[in-house]
Design a protein around this ligand. Sequence first.
Ligand SMILES: O=C(O)CCC(=O)C(=O)O
Length: 275
Amino acid sequence: MHIEGDYARDGAVCVRGAFTPDEIALARRAIDDNLASLSPLAKRASSADDGAFVEDFCNWQRLPAMEAFIRTSGIAALAGELTGSQRVRLYHDHVLVKEPGTRQRTPWHQDLPYYNVEGRQNVSMWIPVDPVSRASTLQLVAGSHLGPWFMPRTFLDGQAKWFPEGSLAELPDIDGSPEKHRVLGWELEPGDIVCFNMLTLHAAAGVDGTNRRRVLSLRFLGDDMVHAPRSWTTSPPFPGLDAELPAGVALDHPLFPVLWEREQAHRGGGGRERS
Ligand SMILES: O=C(O)CCC(=O)C(=O)O
């Protein structure tokens, strides 16, 4: 299997059977604990007359199941392999749950323009703990991680709250011109994950009336990722960080713990074998 090569070329790969049943149960617990105790960053990304699309961010420090899953499931080693890094840091955790019958689409977007980091050696891992049909799975535009950056907008009402209007290109009409884009997407079972670059264009449909779609999206920083302070509030925000960390340096800060280093793998402490 050549997932590193596929990841470098497409900016997205699916890894099947990445977790043991116990690890899947731990991820499910992390999401359920988060839903039972939302943080001040939580938001509803669907309208009042739709099903709930709930998001929350940055909870690993207060939810033991979240931290345990992040530290023990071996995914940081996978992040190291995919990004070709010597060292992997956690950037943040992001829970995205669509309750049954939620029509709200996650619109096409790239993640990096919402963030306070820059660089190429990064990966987000989209980890569903419920079966996901092809119709409601994450879709990704292969090769879009090579750029350009597109204007980030709010999901519900399309506001440009980050980069100033006109400063970045507008999104192409991906759904309207499918022949121009190679769109990837996989039907998934719990244990399967989609790994994608923070610049890869991605979107997801709503879910039908019988399916709950609980997802944990974990973001990892590899070797060339640096702090990129913004004059606006990023999503998620890291209040006060700009006073502690200059621009252009590695995210060497307790908020972004090192989870894996390559020499660990040489000593036999890395991830597990994959078929
Ligand atoms: O789960 C979704 O609907 C979208 C996921 C996403 O945008 C992300 O994980 O960055």
